[in-house]
Write a protein that binds this ligand. Structure first.
Ligand code: FVH
Length: 284
């Protein structure tokens, strides 16, 4: 056991995720104090060596870092409103948006706490493995949460972890929706989801490989058509809409994709490359 894993930690909130966090700390050797509104949820952790604090105040006094993982930010404020936070180090891993994170940081700092906001981009069963991505933002941490997974500090702005979280969720659901659209189309020809999945996986991996080059174009604000012009892409998008309608499957996503490209073309960007659509995404 190294000195970092002997650092005490406290976990407030023992839902599915909070329990996984506390279990990973215990497994790594951290002296772990836990508290949950419904105390019975702590039983198995206590059996594995966690200390159950009788009150939130007692939990906060246990020393070290206090991880907060509740349903939402109102629950966090509700729980900690009457607590003595002077000198505490809080890491709030509850999901929310960047405005909530910044407001909660200001609220906690006013009460004398050091506050980091965070986001967990993982499911409970992956906590404690390198696959679990934990994002932190706020003051640079002088503690180690490596027991939980792959932890990255994104910067001083406490809203950053939530912003990355929401950006990541947008990517995740967009990819899944695109896969489901293709699956619905192929099912009409008797191709099942499992047959299409490896093909879709290959496309997704290929597209992922374009991102660094496309990011360079976005950052420079210059979109030379090195591979394909947007107006060429738009012709393929028309096939996607027509095919969906002809097959009698949902055409909302193909229409949305095409409508955004059409607007950019109407604004004079038809000869540029796809990432020029950032202009559409940047608009309210
Ligand atoms: N589970 C997951 O896969 C996702 C992965 C990505 C990140 N999320 C976020 O993590 C937060 C907690 O999620 P969870 O899955 O642990 O949620 P639950 O199992 O529903 O547990 C909720 C805990 O919050 C406690 N709680 C709620 N309201 C209050 C309150 N007013 N005062 C005190 N505690 C409160 C609740 O207590 P109890 O009902 O057991 O007494 C649970 O401990 C969440 O932000 C996800 O978006 C997880």
């Amino acid at each position: 056991m190294n000195s970092e894993t002997t650092a005490p930690v406290t976990v407030l909130g023992l839902g599915l995720m909070g329990t996984a966090l506390a279990r990973a700390f215990l497994a790594a050797g951290h002296p772990t104090t836990v508290w949950n509104r419904t105390a019975t949820k702590a039983e198995s952790l206590v059996a594995d060596g966690a200390r159950l604090a009788p009150t939130v105040g007692d939990a906060l006094e246990a020393g070290g870092v206090t991880i907060v993982c509740l349903t939402d930010y109102p629950a966090v404020l509700d729980l900690l409103d009457d607590a003595a936070l002077e000198g505490a180090t809080l890491v709030n891993l509850t999901s929310g948006d960047s405005a909530q994170a910044r407001e909660t940081a200001a609220w906690a700092e006013k009460r004398g706490a050091r506050y980091l906001d965070g986001a967990i981009m993982a499911i409970p069963s992956s906590i404690g493995t390198a696959e679990a991505v934990i994002l932190l933002s706020g003051p640079r941490p002088d503690f180690d949460l490596g027991a939980l997974g792959t932890v990255s500090h994104l910067g001083e702005d406490p809203g950053l972890a939530s912003l990355y979280d929401v950006a990541g969720l947008t990517m995740m659901w967009s990819v899944l929706n695109a896969w489901l659209q293709g699956t619905a189309m192929l099912k009409t020809a008797g191709v099942d989801a499992a047959t299409y999945a490896p093909f879709a996986q290959q496309i997704a991996a290929g597209v992922a490989g374009w991102l660094p080059g496309y990011a360079e174009q976005v950052d420079k604000g210059a979109f030379p058509a090195e591979v394909s012009a947007l107006e060429t892409d738009a012709r393929a998008m028309a096939h996607m809409v027509e095919e969906s309608e002809a097959l009698g499957v949902n055409a909302e996503l193909p229409k949305l994709i095409k409508a955004m490209a059409d607007r950019a073309i109407a604004a004079g960007h038809g000869g540029e490359q796809y990432p020029v659509l950032i202009r559409e995404f940047e608009r309210p």
